[in-house]
Design a protein around this ligand. Sequence first.
Ligand SMILES: Cc1cc2nc3c(=O)[nH]c(=O)nc-3n(C[C@H](O)[C@H](O)[C@H](O)COP(=O)(O)OP(=O)(O)OC[C@H]3O[C@@H](n4cnc5c(N)ncnc54)[C@H](O)[C@@H]3O)c2cc1C
Length: 372
Amino acid sequence: MKSRTIHIIGAGPAGLVAAINLAKAGYDTIVHEKHDDVGSRFNGDFQGIENWSSANDAMSFLKKIGLQVNFLCAPHKIGHFYGPNLKEVKIKTRRPLFYLIERGVAAGSFDQGLKQQALAAGVQFLWNDKIEKVPSEITIVGTGPKAADVIAKGIIFKTSHPDAYYGFLDDRIAPKGYAYLLVNNQRATFATCMFEDFRNSRIYFERALKTMRKIVNIDIKEPAEFGGFGNFFLPSSGRKNDKSLYVGETAGFQDALWGFGLRYALLSGYLAAQSIISGRNFDRLCRQYILPSLKTSLANRWFFAHLGNHGYRWVLNRLNKSGDAINILQKHHQLSFSKQLLFWLAKRWYHTRLIDKQCMHKDCDCIWCRCG
Ligand SMILES: Cc1cc2nc3c(=O)[nH]c(=O)nc-3n(C[C@H](O)[C@H](O)[C@H](O)COP(=O)(O)OP(=O)(O)OC[C@H]3O[C@@H](n4cnc5c(N)ncnc54)[C@H](O)[C@@H]3O)c2cc1C
């Protein structure tokens, strides 16, 4: 790839990391974003950069992929978890279990932080520029999920509750998923994430809210609804040809276990930029650095989806007794021999709701793909 001009479609985390790294390496980098700003897919809700899947702390990971922390980024080491019997399991970790960030258009959000870093590196943004066809020049496509394999439904609100995080496992409030409450600086996010029965999402949300309020004494002021979805599939390739590289969720790079796709998005954006800068094969980089985690997350999804309410109690007890939950979570995020076996089983069992994952929008009529 010799051109010095690179087009990036989508100003999500995957596209922005690619843009920052390419611009720093001297490429003319143009980001096309269909909205008028970054973060428009989100609503000021809190998310977590998980810190359990790898031995590398998420902060050193961010540094390695060329990012600075110029956004809200709050470490959390103590969490309160509840299974279906509503008994508290307090989980403490030696290092933060995750770093809380804010998503959306507001100042201080993760998205605005990355945009500022991109602007400082010389990236050019074209806003309200919805790309319908992948251009024939060198392009990185990071347009986000195309179909819903997991959905989240929740509220953001103001509160006087102190900073904390809570997790809930119960198929009656979050089928095959979990509900969560994150409180930071008098603002909170509560949501339920479900992996099936999306049609009844409102019922699950209402039950989840009722359950949470039974346990947590929290005032809810000025609630505003939010929601979203995620897409997971095993990509056969991150490239359509020599000129188009697919990153983030649009390429299927998402955590099948719980939908923690941010690290996948960031890493794939970084690898796409490195493959252009150093001429290395993008697919090979993805196979080396992303595919093992994708496979493990799918094996873990199979396992988690078969636990049921009895199994959740068992999982929480194990995490509680482990001394440090990070150790046990890290172990389960490595592609061990047993995980390889489970992966083959999970691969036969799992079906993404995306009908044609080969499409990648190339030679297709639309970017929001009708194949999904
Ligand atoms: C409610 C919710 C909670 C989540 N919580 C967490 C969490 O706690 N931790 C975690 O790790 N992950 C979480 N995720 C997942 C995480 O947000 C995603 O994995 C991540 O944002 C994917 O990044 P991306 O760059 O691939 O795509 P996106 O963030 O979707 O960005 C894609 C961008 O492309 C733009 N775009 C789309 N089509 C076009 C087009 N045709 N032309 C131009 N621009 C276009 C979009 O407007 C958007 O700005 C959550 C997701 C949801 C929905």
